[in-house]
Design a binder for this molecule. Sequence first.
Ligand code: 13P
Ligand code: SF4
Length: 336
Amino acid sequence: MNNNNNTYSVDILQKGFIDEEVPENINLVNEIYRLRNEKNAVILAHYYQEPEIQDIADYVGDSLALSQIAAKTDKDMIVFAGVHFMAETAKIINPSKRVLIPDMKAGCSLADSCPPDDFRKFCEKFPNHKVISYINTSAAVKTMSDVICTSSNAVEIVNSFPENQKLIFAPDRNLGNYVAGITGRKMVIWNGACHVHEEFSIERILELKKINKEAKILAHPECEKPVLIIADFIGSTSALLDFTKKDSAKEYIVATETGILHQMKKLNPEKIFIPAPPKDSTCGCSDCRFMKMITLKKLYLCLKEEKPEIFLEEETIRKASVPIIRMLELSKKLLR
Ligand code: 13P
Ligand code: SF4
């Protein structure tokens, strides 16, 4: 972590968050609203956050929507209730603003599956290839990319390149193979994956389907191929949510992180949503352990103390902003 002369307590350095007692009589929700207004901050939350975090946020969305909001905000401070690469992306596109994350250790197993030094060597093996990186990557990997994509726009971003352009797609192998199948493009795909989306059990989903015959199966493209094959609908978190609103079914088995069920239920109170079961029934692994590190208490302390804060080298910001801005511009053109 680059502290840029900011002094962090041992707690933040070791634990990733401020560990302070909060008096029992404090109403965390009211205090968070008060501090947010006092500091002219905006709270952004990903769909995988705990319900109480989603409910307190100014905006809840998928990774594309949140980066679009971060790019446009006129607030002085962005507090990102999500994982590290999301807050980092907000900082890269908004270097003059302060970007805070309630727990610096809220990482991402997918981003971690693509270490920058290994990725550099990998790219060197494939000269004349353009590099498309998923937003779930470190800032260092973004500096080596030509364009960033999210699960909402990956197909359109891949199709934006001429057919004869050779492509590298990183880091998610499942999303990469799914997009290659839809676009018919041969791509060199990095062999990375997410610990949540690779854990869904095809056998247990099919057992569930036998009991709930009318239920439709919804899956995020980070899931493994067998899950995608049996899915009735595949999409990013916002696409899945949108589908539940427009579709006439009454029951769904949802193969993505469980946080999204909160918005699905809010939007469709009359429908039933069943989380897809993981391979190991005891692990609770359809919860992203990183997303779930963010709590109301950490959010409150983060706003109060104005840390942990994201700091990046100027050079990293300059280089990593190019593919992100390219994605934002392409998304405006391609998705509207
Ligand atoms: P979305 O792009 O659908 O928000 O997904 C982000 C993510 O981390 C999926 O695991
Ligand atoms: Fe990363 Fe997977 Fe968590 Fe998404 S669900 S943030 S890809 S670890």
